[in-house]
Design a protein around this ligand. Structure first.
Ligand code: ADP
Ligand code: MG
Length: 251
């Protein structure tokens, strides 16, 4: 197993607040690595540094063996970093299919030439349709994003991220605001995607975390206090005390 993401000694300060406190963490190929921790622990701050939206004060980030610490967001995306947002980021006036096609186009767009315009468009729509096939959104392909439910938007956001063929997916709370059935659908979908695409998954829903994670790291006040398998984390007294408090949440 090789590392797709290596975080080494990452530090981020907001004034006097140490939001990321010497975080080191690895995501291997074939792994769904879950990052859990209470509100304000620094999960989103960490994800934003991995994406390139925030610059760390110290430490290194390597993607597929290459140092990306100083790279821009688009350069990281081009290197295979995919993400979804805690708040969705879609084109409301376009349809489901158009949103996916635009993401495919963004991936291919660099070589767009006028003379093979039509051909390329067909290939883009075909790729968009292939991404939609078999998903809960397949029957909603021509619906405008503004007409989707919250759960459908989350599904679409995932498809838009996948359209860019990421080598690593960063997911910030994909279950947030989903009902029970939608959560189950999302878990199934992430299990399928996890077969081929490694993930760093920030999630509060512990059922989802336990169902999906290969490994779990626990972040508290910017520091990783424990890292290990689901069983290791479930039974770790420090985790129970520092994070979960309510013991039965872990059972
Ligand atoms: P989480 O995602 O785990 O809930 P965040 O990463 O959003 O936590 O926040 C970690 C800490 O950093 C919090 O105390 C938060 O108030 C603070 N914080 C986050 N972003 C900023 C910012 N841009 N400026 C100042 N403080 C911030
Ligand atoms: Mg957050």
């Amino acid at each position: 197993m090789s590392a797709i993401l290596e975080i080494d000694g990452l530090v981020k300060r907001f004034g006097g607040l140490l939001a990321t406190d010497n975080v080191s963490l690895t995501v291997n190929t074939g792994e769904i690595h879950a990052l859990i921790g209470p509100n304000g622990a620094g999960k989103s701050t960490l994800i934003n540094q991995l994406c390139g939206e925030l610059t760390p004060d110290e430490g290194r980030i390597r993607l597929n063996g290459r140092d990306v610490t100083g790279m821009t967001v688009p350069d990281r995306v081009a290197m295979g970093l995919g993400r979804t947002f805690q708040i969705t980021n879609l084109l409301d006036d376009s349809t489901v299919r158009e949103n996916i096609a635009m993401a495919v186009l963004a991936l291919e767009g660099h070589n767009f030439r006028i003379w093979d315009n039509i051909l390329r468009r067909r290939s883009i729509w075909n790729q968009a349709d292939a991404l939609l096939t078999g998903t809960p959104l397949e029957s909603r392909a021509h619906v405008q994003v503004s007409g989707l439910s919250h759960g459908e938007r989350k599904q679409l956001e995932l498809l838009v991220a996948l359209a860019r063929k990421p080598r690593l997916l960063l997911l910030d709370e994909p279950m947030a605001g989903l009902g029970h059935v939608e959560s189950q659908e999302m878990i199934t979908r992430l299990q399928e995607i996890g077969q081929t695409t490694p993930m760093l998954l920030v999630e509060h829903d512990m059922d989802a975390v336990f169902a999906l994670a290969t490994r779990i790291s626990v972040l508290v006040y910017g520091r990783i206090i424990a890292s290990g398998t689901v069983d290791h984390i479930r039974t770790n007294p420090e985790v129970r005390e520092a994070y979960l408090g309510a013991e039965d949440e872990l059972c």
